[in-house]
Design a protein around this ligand. Structure first.
Ligand code: ADE
Ligand code: ZN
Length: 326
């Protein structure tokens, strides 16, 4: 695809992306028709008007409801392909993509269907679009750990091409301590480990994700700023924090883009990078997030270059491809 006017030519790695969060309203409606699923909205515009959130839970309610249209491997493939085409235009050269296996299993969609649909597109993304990809399975922290352990075992038995695991969504009341065994098993299986922490939850969840889960990257982590001891540690260890500005504003974790702490985080020496989380729901892709930071916070070219380099450096790519992108 041709680069958009004004699009960054710097190579970025997209490290915080839920593939189910890339389902655009148009695709929701098209897949509903294809699969004979009845939506509680008369048209795309009515669905789009529902994308007005007050907090994380109000978003999650719509996010899970829309997943009802994803039934076949082709549906998962179409969603993944549409995301990667758009990401390539945004300057993304590498994407580490999370999916929520449990969200589909509870709806009766077999694991193989989900994995095959997504993985079939990822397998050729570098040659088709110039975007290398890695896949991670994210586990639902509001469900119990035994279920997560069972799903992880089934993914491994299937030979699912995952490089790691993550932990999402509803943070408050579901602390990292709940998933110690899951993360230990993932580590034994040679998987990489990331976790959402410090989005709506407290800074102590970031500390616990590092200490109890061995998380190698923290998704969001903005509430770390409430704890100076933690900030010093994150700086010293250069723990990657994958920050999603438009998501934070849409879910009201931050009041407005002008008040986003990203530049303070950069100035304090934290290893932050910028990502899109759920681009279909929060007003945009990686390039849209960067544009919002430029307009709202006066992000400079030098800061933009630091964010790009941090994203590549914090990826799970083999050193050779990583160095080629730096
Ligand atoms: N799953 C999808 N988007 C999420 C977010 N912003 N926070 C937690 N879980 C999520
Ligand atoms: Zn997320």
């Amino acid at each position: 695809p041709a680069a958009r006017p004004g699009a960054s030519t710097l190579p970025f790695a997209e490290l915080h992306l839920h593939v189910e969060g890339t389902l655009e309203p148009e695709l929701v409606v098209a897949l509903a028709e294809r699969n004979g699923v009845t939506l509680p909205y008369p048209d795309v515009e009515a669905l789009r008007r529902a994308y007005d959130f007050t907090d994380l839970q109000s978003f999650l309610d719509l996010y899970y409801a829309n997943m009802a249209v994803l039934r076949t491997a082709e549906d998962f493939a179409d969603m993944t392909r549409a995301y990667l085409r758009r990401a390539a235009v945004a300057g993304v050269r590498h994407a580490e993509i999370m999916f929520d296996p449990q969200a589909h299993l509870v709806r009766g969609v077999p694991l193989e269907v989900v994995v095959d649909g997504i993985a079939s597109v990822l397998a050729t993304s570098e040659e088709d679009l110039g975007v290398s990809t890695l896949l991670l399975a994210a586990f639902l922290r509001d469900r119990d750990e035994d279920e997560a352990l069972d799903v992880l075992d089934r993914l491994l038995a299937l030979g699912a091409p995952i490089v790691g695991i993550g932990l999402d969504p509803a943070e408050v009341g579901n602390p990292p301590a709940k998933f110690v065994r899951l993360f230990a098993r993932a580590r034994e299986a040679g998987l990489r480990r990331i976790a959402h922490a410090g989005e709506e939850g407290p800074a102590s969840y970031v500390t616990d994700a590092l200490d109890l889960l061995g998380a190698e990257r923290i998704d969001h982590g903005i509430r770390s700023l409430d704890d100076d001891v933690l900030v010093d540690r994150l700086v010293a260890e250069q723990v990657p924090l994958t920050v999603c500005p438009l998501s934070n504003v849409a879910l009201r974790a931050v009041a407005t883009i002008d008040e986003h702490p990203l530049l303070d985080m950069l100035e304090r020496g934290l290893n932050v990078s910028v990502h899109s989380d759920d681009p279909a729901y929060f007003g945009g892709h990686l390039d849209d997030n960067l544009a919002a930071l430029s307009a709202g916070l006066g992000l400079t070219d030098a800061q933009r270059a630091t964010l790009a380099a941090n994203s590549v450096r914090s990826s799970f790519l083999p050193a050779e491809r990583r160095d080629a992108l730096l």
